[in-house]
Design a protein around this ligand. Structure first.
Ligand code: C6P
Length: 406
């Protein structure tokens, strides 16, 4: 049974008022709100077992270590990784991608190729550009059509011996478009020996993820977008792919033996977890996984699809409103502009006065904005606690903005 009132009751922030109006939080692609169970898990850790992990013989350290490793196992099951040591705790998607891009450096030669797509967030563009600068490799970008659909046929021609990594997102944060990653992975496997990295920042909060079925080498996502705490994230890597990577950060816990002459590295996952981790955050991320699994992926996805369809229908009733990527398969996001209403942030500011939180601007995807020849969009993005009434409030707010601005 999907009970929206029961779900909303778990999010204290949803009772807040903003600018004297009940909060309508539609900026979930930027970060989701956190349920009580996640807040409690975090607080309980600090109140009862706060200690450093993997370092102490004393009881608290062991309890903290057990709790964090339990969370790693939950995340392993959540994404269906084969081993828990394939799950690396990070600060978020950005750190996960930077880690892989840096740690691949010694495997890349001048004129090797790295393939990304037009629909990437800056986090899945810039680390690869930096890798190209370090190594002399070339960046190739899968083009898209006017609807925002990736033209993946080019891969038949592009993939080959020179391709070293294909890095694409499963869902675009700017437009909500669901990309055909299964086909991209199949082509990559058939035509090259390249690694595949999937940026799952916008898919992990919405879809059931099965990294073994996908057969990707790396899958990265952020905890804070899936009801977990800020400053948490996951890099999944297939054991063989992770073993091939050079170390990223050097420091405590990532060594086997350290001397001034030579240091050898610890095994997985510790080789990639230098320094004291975000123990409380990582434990609370496990509670976020429980929250999603208690609702059930099917319930969550059905509700979010209904919200998206309803929002699209209501917003398109407004004359002069254009949705970007309207014709593509999408999830969780409606990105739009009002004709003649000036810049997107003007609409965003009016919505904010009405208690409605949306994101405006380029959404860290400037190439997509350049493609559509716009400076930005207004983006409403949904989570499982959003309601149809909130979409009605958004629609009325957008109409009001149109009356004021056009
Ligand atoms: N997108 C948005 O409002 P971090 O900041 O590391 O948690 O996630 C980076 C990132 C990478 N890839 C995709 C597809 C993303 O959507 C994001 C974060 C937020 O759209 C903040 S810019």
């Amino acid at each position: 049974m999907f009970d929206i009132n029961h779900i909303r009751a778990q999010f204290p922030i949803l009772n807040e008022e903003v600018n004297g109006k009940p909060l309508v939080y539609l900026d979930n692609a930027a970060t989701s709100q956190k349920p009580i169970s996640v807040l409690n898990a975090w607080e309980e850790y600090y109140k009862t077992i706060n200690a450093n992990v993997h370092r102490g013989i004393h009881t608290l350290s062991q309890l903290a270590t057990e709790a964090m490793e339990l969370s790693r196992q939950k995340i392993q099951r959540f994404i269906n990784a084969q081993h828990d040591y394939e799950v690396i705790f990070t600060k978020g998607t950005t750190e996960g991608i930077n880690l892989v891009a840096y740690a691949l450096t010694n495997q890349i030669k001048p004129n090797d190729e790295i393939i990304i797509s037009y629909l990437e967030h800056h986090s899945n563009i810039v680390p690869w550009q930096m890798l190209c600068e370090r190594t002399g490799a070339k960046l190739r970008v899968i083009p898209m059509d006017k609807s925002g659909i990736l033209q993946i046929d080019v891969l038949e021609e592009w993939l080959g011996e020179k391709t070293k990594i294909v890095a694409v997102n499963q869902v675009s944060n700017a437009l909500g478009i669901v990309n055909p990653i299964e086909e991209i992975i199949e082509k990559t496997r058939r035509l090259s020996n390249a690694y595949v990295l999937i940026d799952g920042a916008q898919s992990a909060p919405h879809f059931k993820i099965d990294v073994q079925k996908l057969d990707c080498d790396f899958f990265v996502f952020s905890g804070h977008k899936m009801y977990g705490p800020m400053g948490t994230g996951i890099l999944y890597g297939k054991e063989s792919a992770l073993e091939n990577l050079q170390a990223f950060h050097g420091g405590g816990e990532m060594i086997a033996v350290c001397s001034f002459e030579k240091t050898t590295y610890a095994g997985l996952p510790f080789k990639f977890e230098a320094g004291t981790p975000n123990v409380g955050g990582n434990i609370a991320l496990g509670a976020a996984v429980d929250f999603i699994e208690n609702i059930g992926h099917e319930n969550l996805q059905n509700h979010e699809n209904d919200l998206l369809n309803y929002a699209q229908k209501k917003l398109l009733e407004i004359d002069g409103l254009k949705i970007y990527g309207e014709k593509a398969d999408r999830t969780g996001v409606v990105s739009f502009n009002l004709e003649g209403a000036g810049i997107a942030s003007d609409t965003g500011m009016i919505l904010d006065k009405l208690g409605i939180a949306v994101r405006t601007g380029h959404h860290c995807t400037q190439p997509i904005m350049d493609f559509f020849n716009i400076a930005g969009t207004v983006r409403a993005s949904f989570a499982v606690y959003n309601t149809f009434e909130e979409i009605d409030i958004l629609t009325e707010g957008v109409k009001k903005a149109q009356r004021m601005l056009v």
